[in-house]
Design a protein around this ligand. Structure first.
Ligand SMILES: Nc1ncnc2c1ncn2[C@@H]1O[C@H](COP(=O)(O)OP(=O)(O)O)[C@@H](O)[C@H]1O
Ligand SMILES: [Mg+2]
Length: 361
């Protein structure tokens, strides 16, 4: 694949148009993956932020290098777009070994995993993205492979089935998951090092925007960069995406320089507001406050009211709204916080003092 010439068109592709509705979705689509590859840090030193994870991982890798052994298995957890795939690639690069890449949903049978494992060479890094979505039998095979570098391949069915032991060269498993809580304990325990990625601070996103602008060859001012960083939901993937949209705008409607007014106008056009809320986020808050008096209201009702799937509301809009204190999940339903009312320019109704023991999380 040629990563270089994918991002030059100012005309938006159909996929990008479709994507505009989800400009602040932290997941990447296929077109985006190509662009992202060009912006990915290639070494630990290039990684912005995540200082603790970087230091710890640096130590683990350095120690393994000195011993001339494959490093311990590594689990990377955290929300989408924070750098899990990037770190997996860096682990392989820093160990100067090839990265074998697969994902949980691609491993539906234990046999799929056996085929992958038996193809590994000594000290390879095997990256399993979305590892929490692997099938149960494959998971069990993986425990054994991680611990003993051996698997039992079962041939045949029923009473005649035989298990043939298969040796596997020492390798490093790097697992990534957005849902560490969904991993069964025995699997989690077999990782020697677990890194949890946190959302990024605005000044870190600001550095990422500057770095990406440099790589994309676009001119941006300090204020323009800050504006993009501030609307990026703590997520580098979103920061890079907003940067590309502002760049499009700057090239078509301005003189190509990403200044504060250009960033503001572009992000207004794409309906990403000062807090990083997009149309769906605002629709959810709007319905919650105006139609349901601030709640509590069930998430299904809310989803119908904004004309979206329940999953979309629950997995795309809510986590951000909850994290930023606009919405609370209670056993009786979703509730708008005073911040939500203020954000919509409305006056919150007098609130009964909220009993914090009511909240799930
Ligand atoms: N710490 C970081 N510094 C600079 N850029 C980053 C960082 N983390 C992520 N990115 C950028 O964000 C994009 C998404 O990161 P990725 O590793 O694919 O996230 P994840 O796998 O967690 O969803 C990458 O293209 C990369 O350019
Ligand atoms: Mg990823």
């Amino acid at each position: 694949m040629n990563w270089d010439d994918t991002d030059e068109d100012v005309e938006l592709t159909a996929a990008e148009h479709a994507h505009l509705q989800r400009l602040t979705d932290a997941d990447a689509d296929n077109d985006e993956r190509a662009v992202e590859a060009a912006l990915r840090p290639k070494t630990l030193d290039e990684v912005v932020g995540q200082v603790r994870v970087r230091d710890q991982l640096g130590l683990v890798l350095e120690a393994a290098r000195r011993r001339g052994r494959a490093p311990d298995h590594v689990l990377l957890s955290g929300p989408p777009g924070l750098g899990k795939t990037t770190l997996a690639m860096i682990i392989a690069a820093e160990m100067s070994t090839p990265l074998r890449l697969t994902s949980g949903p691609a491993i539906t049978h234990a046999g799929d995993l056996a085929a992958i494992l038996s193809g590994l060479n000594e000290n390879d890094v095997l990256f399993v993205d979305e590892i929490h979505r692997m099938s149960r039998p494959a998971e069990e095979m993986l425990y054994m492979a991680m611990e003993d570098f051996r698997v039992d391949v079962v041939i045949g069915k029923g009473p005649g089935a035989t298990a043939i032991p298969l040796e596997i060269p020492p390798f490093t498993l790097v697992g990534a998951t957005t849902r560490a809580g969904l991993l069964p304990g025995p699997l989690r325990d077999r990782f020697g090092f677990t890194a949890h990625l946190e959302f990024y601070e605005p000044h870190e996103l600001d550095r990422i925007v500057h770095r990406s602008a440099g790589l994309l060859g676009v001119h941006l001012t300090a204020e323009g960069s800050k504006e993009i960083a501030g609307r990026s939901r703590g997520t580098p993937r979103i920061a890079n995406r907003l940067l590309r949209r502002v760049r499009d705008y700057a090239q078509v409607r301005a003189d190509g320089v990403l200044t504060l007014p250009v960033a503001q106008a572009a992000l207004e056009l794409f309906e990403v507001d000062e807090s990083g809320l997009d149309r769906l986020d605002r629709a959810v808050l709007d319905v919650l406050c105006r139609r349901f008096g601030g709640g509590p209201v069930g998430v299904s009702t809310l989803a119908v009211a904004v004309g979206e799937e329940r999953e979309t509301v629950e997995e795309v809009a809510e986590p951000f709204l909850v994290r930023n204190g606009f919405l609370a999940r209670t056993p009786r339903g979703r509730v708008a916080t005073p911040a939500a009312w203020h954000h919509l320019g409305l006056t919150p109704p007098p609130m009964p003092t909220v009993d914090s023991t009511l909240f799930d999380d």
